[in-house]
Design a binder for this molecule. Structure first.
Ligand code: CMC
Length: 431
């Protein structure tokens, strides 16, 4: 992977430092600055990590200019079209597509861990009814550390595996129960004869008093949403999970940290913010007003569901999501949904506007996912929890990769200090 012969030269105050250059299997070359401080006594400065590779990884690759997303080399559109979520989970976790026997074994391991410890109900019941489901998820997932003591030792490979399966299996139950609690309905226990997406829909929309018929079209759409959000290399929440676990914290605590980071509107919270924005726009005639606001430097408003740190072309997930939105709304007989009309018109007007094309701002995955989720009957507050359910496997795959890496060190960024220099304490009566 690395080409030790190639170096970059950095000159500081007349002295030249040679820095090794590594060539990845795909993507830009990387200048290795690990020894820079030791040899030259300087730090590099890159807030927001716009030019910094924080780790080695073999899991996911994004070519932002081409609009390409590969999991273990396989393009996301092929996975979304031909595979399904649990198979993609296997691929992300273990590196290869499973054989039929491996898939059966994996599915059986996941479906046999879907129940929550019965005591965990009290955590849900302790929240206010109007708590955001993400708040409940952060708390309950962190609390798993207190219930599953036999899978918190990160130095034990078997315990790491059990923790991984537990989180992938239980996350839909946690998200569904957060939803049920918020609407005052009884918790619905998982059913292990259903596939992952159907089980989640049943736990969200079923009630104990009657049978819930899973609509296979909705379950396929749900599975596709899970698949499209499964991993996205070193994004903010994944980097949070990696940084949290670099200290040796237990996996449940680390994934809870990832969920907290995902909640923000610049990241996973954008799907909720996007649908709320489309609802606020309401009718296509109001679109120019919102586009003008998004372009106004003095207005903090941004078009939610537009732009991406890495994609400077169409987000490949958005293409599949848009097609899925059309299919779901047509099958539900609501293809004239006014929000979808606003979304399509907003997309067309923004793409035709030089402000967005010059800055390479295209619709991202969140632009259409909310429309599908709303059509399925989810309130906006459930959009980000559903993202969290999907992304759990990505966080875990990256966490497992990191723990198994012999080069793993605690993450400890440095800073460009701009504060006061050494000064003496002044007694309060003299200030
Ligand atoms: N609407 C209007 N202007 C925008 C937008 C937008 N959605 N996004 C970026 N810009 C402008 C921004 O004002 C800046 O302009 P200038 O160069 O004149 O100062 C320029 O484009 C570059 O923006 P940036 O903030 O430096 O870019 P970033 O890479 O730091 O931010 C982003 C990426 C996703 C946070 C940002 O595009 C954004 O806030 N988008 C809306 C929120 C959103 O949809 N987030 C979901 C991301 S995809 C799901 C996920 O992976 O979590």
């Amino acid at each position: 992977m690395s080409d030790e012969k190639r170096t970059a030269k950095l000159e500081i105050d007349g002295k030249t430092y040679e820095l090794p250059i590594f060539s990845p299997t795909a993507g830009p070359d990387v200048v290795d600055i690990r020894k820079l401080y030791g040899t030259a006594g300087v730090f590099t400065y890159d807030p927001g990590f716009t030019s910094t590779a924080s780790c080695d990884s073999t899991i996911t690759f994004i070519d932002g200019d081409k609009g390409e997303l590969l999991h273990r080399g396989y393009p996301i559109d092929q996975l979304a079209g031909k595979s399904h979520f649990l198979e993609v989970c296997y691929l992300l976790l273990y590196g290869e597509l499973p054989s039929p026997a491996q898939l059966e074994d994996f599915e059986s391991r996941v479906t046999n861990h879907t129940m929550l410890h019965e005591q965990m109900q009290y955590f849900f019941r302790g929240f206010r009814r109007d708590a955001h489901p993400m708040a409940i998820m952060v708390g309950v997932v962190g609390a798993m550390s207190a219930f599953y003591h036999d899978s918190t030792d990160i130095s034990d490979e078997w315990q790491r595996e059990v923790a991984s399966i537990r989180m992938i299996a239980k996350m839909p139950t946690i998200a569904a129960w957060a939803f049920k609690y918020s609407i005052g309905q009884p918790f619905v226990y998982p059913r292990n004869d259903l596939d992952y997406a159907s089980n989640f829909l049943r736990m969200c929309f079923g009630v104990p008093s009657e049978e819930y018929e899973v609509n296979p079209i909705l379950s396929r759409a749900m599975d596709r949403i899970f698949t499209l959000h499964a991993d996205h290399e070193q994004n903010a929440s994944t980097s949070t999970v990696r940084l949290a676990s670099s200290s040796g914290a237990n996996p449940f605590a680390c994934i809870a940290a990832g969920i907290a980071c995902l909640w923000g509107p610049a990241h996973g919270g954008a799907n909720q913010a996007c649908l709320e924005m489309l609802q606020e726009i309401g009718t296509p005639d109001r679109i120019p007003e919102f586009i003008a606001r998004a372009k106004d430097k003095d207005d903090p408003f941004r078009l939610m569901g537009f732009g991406h740190r890495v994609y400077k072309n169409f987000d490949p997930r958005a293409k599949v999501m848009k097609q899925s939105a059309d299919e779901v709304l047509e099958l539900l007989g609501i293809e004239n949904n006014p929000i979808l009309q606003v979304a399509k018109e907003l997309e067309a007007q923004a793409l035709a506007d030089p402000y967005f094309s010059d800055k390479k701002l295209f619709p991202n995955v969140d632009f259409y996912s909310g429309i599908i989720l709303e059509a399925m009957g989810f309130p906006t507050s459930m959009f980000t929890p559903i993202f969290a359910v999907s992304r759990t496997v990505g966080w875990i795959s990256q966490w497992k990769e990191m723990i198994a890496d012999p080069q793993m060190k605690i993450g400890r960024p440095r800073q460009l200090y701009q504060g006061a220099t050494l000064r003496d304490y002044v007694d309060i009566e003299k200030r």
